[in-house]
Design a protein around this ligand. Structure first.
Ligand SMILES: [Zn+2]
Ligand SMILES: [Zn+2]
Length: 254
């Protein structure tokens, strides 16, 4: 499978970057995980958005979901000769209400803002979700709103995405043996932000990757204003394996 980093920024897009978005491709199936600010722009550098098989959202924070509004405009008004593309959007529990509330001021009339463009559903995180060859399983995280980390399996390979999480949740069961563990590091170090309970420091991400026996750790949700070299080193020291910083446009083929 092919994984393209569409967004690696934290809540604020890094200069020239975008917020959370990962594109997974296998055969004809193209799956977008998260659709944060700037992701629709970045997605078009890689595929035609009409080709998306589905979108799955980890949690209803703006940096993970706000470009769903942009995506709806793209599908409704963007140039397209083919039949109408209605894209399945898998939101977390209670995500439909949150998204419709966000979009209400933009509605042109009384009809549902997303009707005709999205087939909105809410996933049950207690059960697996299959999208083409992709097999998704979920684990709740420790964050400011209900959030699910996702394990994505296809073609005998495994990628685990932490979504946003604090250190109180151990994601190593979900990341067990992952070929790629894409893990957030929202704070530069625990010493600098001892009270930020909803995000990880890089060494906490590294320790989780070590416990999971992951093959490669990719740190994401990192503000480039921090000392990213020191963050990468801290994660690598705790993990002991190959450790990268996620960058928009980078492609991993597993
Ligand atoms: Zn976030
Ligand atoms: Zn968040």
């Amino acid at each position: 499978m092919k994984i393209t980093i569409l967004g690696a920024s934290p809540a604020i897009p890094n200069p020239g970057g975008s917020c959370s978005g990962l594109l997974f491709e296998s055969g004809d199936t193209a799956l977008l995980i998260d659709c944060g600010v700037g992701v629709v722009s970045r997605l078009q550098q890689h595929i035609d958005y009409h080709r998306l098989s589905a979108i799955v959202i980890t949690h209803m924070h703006a940096d993970h979901a706000l470009d769903l509004v942009t995506m709806r405009y793209a599908l409704k008004y963007g140039p397209w000769d083919g039949p109408p593309a209605i894209i399945p959007v898998h939101l977390p529990p209670q995500g439909t209400d949150a998204l419709e509330t966000i979009a209400r001021p933009f509605a042109e009339d009384e009809s549902d803002f997303f009707q005709g463009e999205f087939d909105m559903r809410e996933y049950d995180p207690h059960h697996a979700l299959d999208i083409g060859p992709f097999h998704l399983t979920f684990q709740p995280t420790t964050h400011y709103v209900p959030t699910w980390a996702i394990r994505i399996e296809a073609e005998g390979r495994v990628v685990t995405f932490s979504a946003d999480t604090g250190p109180a949740t151990d994601l190593s069961p979900l990341a067990r043996g992952a070929d790629l563990f894409i893990c957030e590091a929202g704070v530069p170090s625990r010493q600098e932000e001892p009270h930020t309970w909803g995000h990880l420091a890089p060494d906490e991400a590294g320790a989780m990757a070590r416990r999971a026996h992951a093959r490669v750790l990719v740190l994401t949700h990192v503000w480039t204003g921090y000392n990213t070299t020191a963050m990468l080193e801290a994660a690598h020291r705790a993990f002991g394996g190959p450790t990268h910083l996620a960058r928009e446009g980078e492609v991993y083929v597993l």
